[in-house]
Design a protein around this ligand. Structure first.
Ligand code: ZN
Ligand code: CU
Length: 484
């Protein structure tokens, strides 16, 4: 009764983990025209290309819930640092920073320069940005947000104050333009100097258009240290006032004095989830990475310079050693190295594990795809969760790990029709070896592809196979309407 079918691509003999947290099962997967058309025993069926998945896990392609890949999807369109990990979709526009709208003539204050938008490659409207991505696809799908700090920089004459009514109206219009073009939300980064002076009221006013578009509010909060609880309250209030879902980006409690406080933040988040839509993500490392800062809290622990415009030769070195060599204090040396980015060891392993293991935590890399010494999370986040934290540490079952990077993330960001393995869904798929998957990127050698990933398929096209990029550029622009 089962007439033989012919598929474009057949993944044969694998164990399916479908991204819903359901237990794994043995099945073949048939793909045609970019869509999953069959899951089950497909013996006797044929395909243009067959991938032997015997002894391997077949899972939905991973969604990186937190990236700064806004420009990389254009300038490094092979996206090897993500595809090599099994990532097939990136959410861009985080921490208040987006690739659009920008003016070609404007100076980009830190941290807007983290995404390296060259003057000739800037987009004055969000529509133009998404159109460029459709014209010249990347290797991964992209869903993008518009950044509040970017909007401040394009509309305000000075950033060291709250926006006035006129500027708020201008920013609001730009949010509306971005949402109409297909942005999935608005992000803020009130932790960073150009947005520090933005009040809660300013953010609520600028974010007004989110309500009718049912778009998200995603935030790198004002404070992830002593005042983390106040920051959570502010985030939840913005979500309530706008009646929209919120996402707490890269949740952490940093600085030694705050170690252990995830025991307080997580129950508060859980309690709030009963009343409003809250999401959160986390990267699996005890060090963060951002622009070079000179404030005391950030320089307390070990600081590794990732990139420096005036001193590129310092990339990969400890700030302590550089400061000693120059006969300067740590903050004086940091000032000399600006602008640039650095890696800060400011978290406790117990907090990282507690936050990762929290049921609703999504996996997001927060990788910064710039320079030769990036934080290892850029190349290692997803295999590190699957190999190190799920398999070796035993923090959660593999099914849960996969869900935290697929089904959960798709649900929170409203990306339907992909990210769980179901007939009719877009064929974003990763084939990996549960026994050997592991992150190879380290702080010392961060640019290293993960091990144990056999194949990565984006919209039905094989993008990565046996440690090599296949040259495919089959990524799509995902909007909340296109995927609904
Ligand atoms: Zn951030
Ligand atoms: Cu970020």
């Amino acid at each position: 009764m089962n007439t033989p079918q012919h598929y474009d691509l057949l993944l044969r003999g694998g164990t399916v983990i479908d991204g819903t947290k359901a237990p794994r099962f043995e099945a073949d997967v048939g793909i045609t025209a970019g869509v999953i058309v069959a899951i089950g025993d497909l013996a006797g069926h044929s395909a243009d290309e067959v991938i032997n998945a015997t002894g391997r896990i077949v899972a939905p392609g991973f969604i990186d819930s937190h990236t700064h890949d806004d420009q990389a999807v254009i300038s490094q369109s092979d996206m090897s640092f993500k595809v090599s990990q099994g990532v097939t979709t990136v959410i861009a526009g985080n921490c208040g920073i987006s690739a659009a709208p920008l003016r070609p003539d404007m100076e980009l204050p830190m941290p807007l320069n983290l995404i390296e938008a060259p003057p000739e490659g800037r987009f004055t409207t969000f529509a133009a940005y998404l159109e460029a991505l459709r014209q010249t696809p990347s290797s991964v799908n992209i869903a993008a947000m518009v950044g509040h700090t970017t909007l401040r920089a394009v509309t305000m004459s000075s950033l060291d104050r709250e926006a006035n009514a006129e500027e708020i109206a201008a920013m609001q219009a730009l949010v509306e333009e971005a949402l109409q073009a297909g942005a999935v939300g608005l992000s803020t980064g009130t932790f960073y100097p150009p947005a520090v002076k933005a009040t809660t009221e300013e953010i609520i006013a600028v974010g007004r258009p989110l309500t009718k578009h049912k778009a998200l509010y995603v935030t790198h909060m004002r404070d992830e240290a002593a005042h983390v609880m106040g920051s959570l309250e502010e985030t939840f209030r913005i979500g309530r006032e706008l009646n929209i879902p919120v996402v707490v980006s890269h949740h952490k409690v940093q600085n030694h004095a705050n170690f252990g406080r995830s025991k307080v933040t997580l129950p508060f988040i859980q309690e709030t989830m009963k009343r409003q839509c809250v999401g959160l993500d986390c990267y699996p490392y005890t060090a963060g990475s951002t622009m070079i800062r000179t404030d005391r809290g950030m320089l307390d622990g070990r600081v590794l310079i990732a990139s420096s415009v005036p001193h590129p030769e310092c990339a990969g070195r400890d700030l302590d050693d550089i400061a000693k060599e120059w006969g300067l204090s740590k903050d004086e040396a940091a000032r000399k190295l600006q602008p640039g980015s650095a890696i800060y060891f400011l978290m406790d392993e117990n907090d990282v594990q507690r936050i990762l293991a929290f049921d609703e935590t999504m996996i997001g890399s927060d990788g910064i795809p710039v320079g030769e010494s990036p934080h290892p999370r850029l190349w290692g986040t997803f295999p590190r969760v699957l190999g190190h934290y799920s398999r070796d540490v035993g923090l959660f079952p593999l099914e849960t790990a996969v869900w935290k990077m697929t089904g959960l993330t798709a649900r929170n960001f409203g990306l339907h029709g992909r990210s769980t393995l179901k007939v009719g869904h877009h064929a974003d798929v990763v084939v990996f070896d549960a026994a050997s998957i592991r992150d190879a990127a380290t702080y010392e050698k961060p640019v290293q592809a993960a091990e144990g990933i056999d194949a990565v398929i984006v919209n039905g096209v094989v993008a990565w196979r046996n440690g090599k990029h296949c040259g495919a550029r089959s990524g799509q622009v995902l909007t909340r309407t296109s995927t609904a």
